[in-house]
Design a protein around this ligand. Structure first.
Ligand code: COA
Length: 260
């Protein structure tokens, strides 16, 4: 599939999606958002892909937010549609059914922070700057940032970050749980590939159900979420991977999961 604003690469079972508009710090315009939607659908349905890395082109920026040229001319109806479209794409990424690692290589602002939060895991370069600066434009996060940030770091910190528009450094982002791990900028991509490679060896169906159990379960009352978890636990018992994983342990060897 051809893209104008993304680079999609595959290395074995690991795919990398690179948002490629470095001249505008990889700002997300409508065309890029639509390409992200198409790429996400392609990767979701490709059983050969078991883990995905998402990053931005260039040294400076992961994604510096939605494209402000488009925001400047939006109307009430187009603004609402724009937010819903972005939310839909980020929802697809959150529920891709395989781990998506955000490799935050610089600015992750506004829609960039929201996209990183929709990813399954976040690795940040020690040079990264992260925040929701929409308030400085007289607007608010519209790609579910108010919701995902509160869930990730708690209501108080989310209020503080979104109301102030502050940019925080990678170490602070790790301290509050906004990113999983900080690594030296020079080794970010190597660390992301290492992590993606490790995850790609795990049982794909179990990973899909873990992502569903956590994402969907968090939206449910606790008791219902536990029943949902138990159902998924039962379902994995039907897989060859469960038999392979348990047998490999008993035979003292490494399992080879096939996603069946
Ligand atoms: N939308 C559109 N263009 C953007 C952009 C965005 N979100 N973020 C950066 N750009 C463009 C700039 O306009 C500039 O274009 P130009 O070279 O044609 O002037 C180019 O990217 C480089 O950005 P610049 O501001 O010159 O870089 P900087 O290093 O001085 O500052 C930032 C970097 C990230 C602090 C600054 O670009 C910024 O604040 N961007 C907007 C962040 C934001 O508010 N995001 C949320 C949007 S809802």
């Amino acid at each position: 599939m051809a893209f104008d604003n993304l680079i999609l690469e595959r290395d074995g079972a690991v795919a990398s999606v690179i948002v490629n508009r470095p001249k505008v710090l990889n700002a997300l315009n409508a065309a890029t958002l639509d390409e992200l939607r198409r790429a996400a659908l392609e990767l979701k349905h490709d059983d050969g892909v078991r883990a995905v890395i998402l990053t931005g082109a260039g040294e400076k920026s992961f994604i510096a937010g939605a494209d402000i040229n488009e925001l400047a001319v939006q109307t009430p109806t187009s603004g609402r549609e724009h937010a819903l479209r972005g939310q839909h794409v980020f929802d697809l990424i959150e529920n891709l059914g395989k781990p998506v690692i955000a490799a935050i290589n610089g600015y992750a602002l506004g829609g960039g922070c929201e996209l990183a939060m929709a990813c399954t895991l976040r690795l940040a370069a020690d040079t990264a700057k992260i925040g929701q600066p929409e308030i400085n434009l007289g607007i608010l996060p519209g790609y579910a940032g108010t919701q995902r940030l509160s869930r990730l770091v708690g209501k108080g910190k989310a209020m503080e970050l979104i109301l102030s528009g502050a940019q925080i450094g990678a170490a602070e982002a790790e301290r509050i749980g906004l990113v999983n791990r900080v690594v030296p900028a020079a080794s970010l991509m190597a660390e992301a590939r290492k992590l993606a490679g490790e995850l790609a060896n795990n049982a794909p169906i179990a990973m899909r159900y873990i992502i569903a159990a956590i994402n969907k379960g968090l939206e449910m009352p606790f008791a219902e979420a536990c029943v949902f978890e138990a159902t998924l636990f039962g379902l994995v018992a039907s897989t060859d991977d469960m038999r392979e994983g348990t047998r490999a342990f008993l035979e003292k060897r490494k399992p080879e999961f096939r996603g069946k």
